[in-house]
Design a protein around this ligand. Structure first.
Ligand code: BGC
Length: 406
């Protein structure tokens, strides 16, 4: 038996645009209407209406925490006009979780922005940070007493690279300069909102909250020891994995490290050039590993290695996302089990990990990949919105209940 620490957090995550449905005021929705993306989110999982039912399932599955995001474009659909109904909605969401003894872990920005904010230039413009701070102040003032864990920004590097370098996500650009600017502005957004949230809690004489980002970390490995590959390995680990964390830690604006981990990125660089060094992956099926339905390498040992690499920061770690899209539910359980084993090993070696959040509670809209990939512990039938608990979810529920794995 492998036992996890007392009071370990066990749960699953979602994000607003991926599950709520009808997020008509954000930039993703707008891009979806212009047919520049594979599929439109539409009704998604109708979680905006069905959240109580979904949280009952989470409770039934013994989750003691739940990560979700507040959709800025619902709270402030027009510049400066806050919607009291949306503010009340998220208050109810939090109250419902608390009632079921599920700790809310609240993300403030998960890839989508109000359309009006993007129209003004969005994250490419440093001076627009004041709008984000105004939104943060508004929601934190409303929910402070009920929320201990905040995540300011989900995967800042994934957002800046997918939206401004790779051209995959709105606004679908290919500009290295903008990518750097956006990354810089997101670091500023995190630092300033971190300070603001702490101040608001102090003003209300509340216990200090725990604030982080959710950083996407990848297990970079090389398939052969060439000079190009070794250099790419060094650059990618530094730029994708650690740069943002280092930048904000130097400002003392992290209370814990939120880690999103999915798998291995196998590097093989054939030609010199910064683009190749930053993105090329092995195309020859060297060192093959089992894969999820999107073809990503499954590599639990990578999570262990990253945990050991983060030890130097001496901060508690929360796994804010880890999961697999697959139609093979036995593989899902194996994935969860092996990643928990990797975490258990790291905990045994002194890494302070205080929770594990599976991505995702329910199947959902996987951004530019549409509804095909199924990450959920709970199956969603998109025709009638029926939820069906998968066998892997029941096994994970056992772990959440006992706090140990066999
Ligand atoms: C994101 C989620 C996404 C998941 C699977 C993470 O990068 O935070 O929004 O659905 O990975 O791709």
């Amino acid at each position: 038996m492998k036992k996890f620490p007392q009071n370990f957090l066990w749960g699953a995550a979602t994000s607003a645009h991926q599950v709520e449905g009808n997020n008509i005021y954000n930039d993703w929705w707008q891009s979806e209407q212009s047919h520049r993306l594979k599929e439109a989110s539409g009704q998604a999982c109708r979680h905006y209406e069905l959240y109580e039912h979904d949280f009952e399932i989470a409770r039934e599955l013994n989750h003691n925490c739940h990560r979700f995001s507040i959709e800025w474009s619902r709270v402030e659909p027009e510049e400066g006009k806050f919607d009291p109904c949306a503010i009340e909605h998220y208050k109810q969401v939090i109250a419902n979780l608390k009632k079921q003894k599920i700790e809310p872990i609240v993300t403030l920005l998960h890839f989508t922005n109000p359309a009006w904010f993007s129209k003004k230039g969005g994250w490419t413009k440093s001076k627009l940070n004041k709008y984000f701070l105004r939104f943060v102040a508004r929601v934190v003032n409303e929910y402070a007493g009920q929320v201990k864990f905040w995540i300011t920004i989900n995967e800042p590097i994934v957002y800046s690279s997918h939206s401004f370098l790779l051209g995959a996500w709105p606004p679908q650009e290919h500009s290295l300069i903008k990518t750097i600017k956006v990354t810089y502005n997101l670091a500023k957004a995190h630092n300033t909102s971190y300070r603001l949230i702490h101040k608001l809690y102090r003003d209300k004489s509340l216990n200090p909250p725990m604030i982080s980002i959710a950083a996407n970390l990848q297990a970079f490995e090389i398939c052969r020891p060439t000079l190009k590959n070794k250099l790419a390995l060094f650059l990618r680990h530094k730029l994708y994995n650690l740069h943002f964390i280092d930048k904000i830690i130097s400002q003392k604006t992290l209370d814990y490290i939120g880690v999103n981990y999915y798998g291995r990125n196998l590097i093989d660089v054939e030609k010199w050039g910064i683009n190749h060094l930053l993105v090329d992956t092995c195309q020859h099926n060297h060192c093959p590993l089992p894969k999820n339905s999107l073809g990503w390498d499954i590599y639990p040992q990578g999570l262990y290695k990253l945990m050991i690499a983060l030890k130097k920061y001496n901060l508690p770690i929360l796994i804010t996302e880890n999961g697999i899209c697959t139609e093979d539910d036995e593989l899902r359980w194996l994935y969860i089990k092996e990643h928990l084993e990797a975490l258990h090993q790291a905990i045994g070696e002194g890494v302070n990990i205080f929770g594990y959040i599976y991505w995702s509670l329910i199947d959902n809209f996987e951004w530019d990949k549409g509804f095909g990939p199924r990450f959920g512990l709970v199956r969603v039938d998109y025709n009638d919105q029926k939820r069906t608990i998968k066998a892997s979810a029941r096994k994970f529920a056992q772990v959440a209940k006992s706090g140990e794995i066999e």
